[in-house]
Design a protein around this ligand. Sequence first.
Ligand SMILES: Cc1ncc(C[n+]2csc(CCOP(=O)(O)OP(=O)(O)O)c2C)c(N)n1
Length: 588
Amino acid sequence: MKKIISGNEAIALGFGDAGGVFASGYPGTPSTETLEEVARLGDVYCEWAANEKVALEAVIGGSIAGGRSLSTMKHVGVNVAADALLTLTYTGVNAGLILMVSDDPGMHSSQNEQDSRNYAKFAKVPMLDPANSQEAYDMVRAGFEISEQFDTPLMLRTTTRIAHAKGLVVPQEKVAPQIGEWVKDVPKYVMLPNFGKLKHVEVEARLLKLQEFAETTPLNRIEMGDTEVGIITSGVSYQHVREACPNASVLKLGLVHPLPEKKIREFAGSVKRLMIVEEMDAIFEEQIRAMGIEVEIGKNKLPLCGEINADLIRAALGDKVPEVAAPVTGLPQRPPVFCPSCAHRGLFTILSKLKCFVSGDIGCYTLGALPPMNAMHSVIDMGASISAAHGMAKVNAIAGRDEKPVAVIGDSTFFHSGITGLLSMAYNDGNALVIIMDNRTTGMTGGQENPGSGVTLQGVPTQQVEIAPLVKALGIDNVVELDAYDLKATEAAIKKGLETPGPYVLIDKNPCVLRYKVRKPAIHVDQDKCTGCRACLKVACMALGLTASGEKQKVRVDPNVCNGCGVCTQMCKFDAMHELGGDNHANL
Ligand SMILES: Cc1ncc(C[n+]2csc(CCOP(=O)(O)OP(=O)(O)O)c2C)c(N)n1
């Protein structure tokens, strides 16, 4: 039956239909829905791992044990999993193994813009790059076949537009999962140097065989049209090329590593001008130039940063770009803010007040870096808050500065890669205040389960990790619970943590209000008492606004947005804001 589904959904369905047995991943936009969709299939086992390295290692085990396995992650997740990947390429696989990675050109929702095609080259593994949902679906099956035929892990790469855009998919016949033998094979799976040396030779030979395969596979196809210009492209860029130049000759690469050199030469020789359209890095271009083939239009005319679109291609070709209306200017800015009644708001209100140096991390709490809080001063990668704060404290001590840094991290990020940083801090006599915002979910990516939420990906109750005993077991003596909704108590706790020498951990255990649907009646503002001083606005809550201009502007609360956390009431010195019981709309 035909379906209209996203690339992520197509990959999940493709996995189920291609006899997939085991999937493991870690959330990260734009990859997240893939594993959630595998879970919805119902008949394939899948799980959230604590991080991407664990996810990939788990599917390596799944493949060794004979089941077709899939690991899902966003581009930066591959950095975390790279240690496993760069040796998995040596061991090869038993049953087919696919590492699905979603890149985010344009950085819609990421901390950097990296091109995972580099990893395929680096790890010397084949990579597929679908251009729509149908290809995403089909390439899972093709990917498993290539993985098994060439005894290699395979990377299936999507970008945001392919992962999230919906398109028509005609599913193939479902293959029943067949679990192969679980064989002990020391030289294949034990990467001691003596075995590894032999394996490296095999990897290089495998790459040559894959190159031959690339020449003949229908995954790479030439669409001959007007020979004035020929364009080599792949993935979503193919769609932009077809929009900008419907009649051009195109070499569409589905297998983007290794490249089909002969096919590229043949194509380049059949057109007058050669153009390469690829988002982000000049991966094709550098390799094609290294083949001695002249490339007329590539990164000399197209950007290295951000997404490509049809207009950029037209402009690079010197064609007329259709005029579009200029964007409306002067609109009010709407920076992202914490959700109404998110516990992170209380914490950052105090961190901002105390002017602490905050070593930040990646999660909803990263919004604490934005105005009006301005209370996060570095954000690098998941887990870095704690390890970087440790380094800051060490250098501060050497410099004779007595300021103690504060690290802020969420529960999912702590489980992902914060634990080892804290272990290292305890081990190395560190001196930072670490605040763990344990909202029992992976909030930023849409509220996925994690080892602290007590529920699996399938919603089944499971072990629920308590952070405080875990932190104590790492060697931290000072572990104190915090209630970030209580501003006075939060201020006192932070001051105590800053004054006490050595590592000090505060844990806020308020649940994510969005994920756990926490609902409270709205705050009421007594207009007779409100002086319009705007102290409450410092908490940056979208439920707060000002009354109509004219008379002296006072604060008003939008009862449809306010969730009654009461953080703003604690900022009011005039007793004008109150928590009321009853129905929200009664406070209008
Ligand atoms: C290596 C890596 N993997 C995944 C992501 C995507 N990501 C961003 S923040 C985040 C977790 C946020 O959860 P948590 O730390 O619990 O904080 P919350 O958003 O709930 O406040 C994830 C998975 C990423 N940025 N980097």
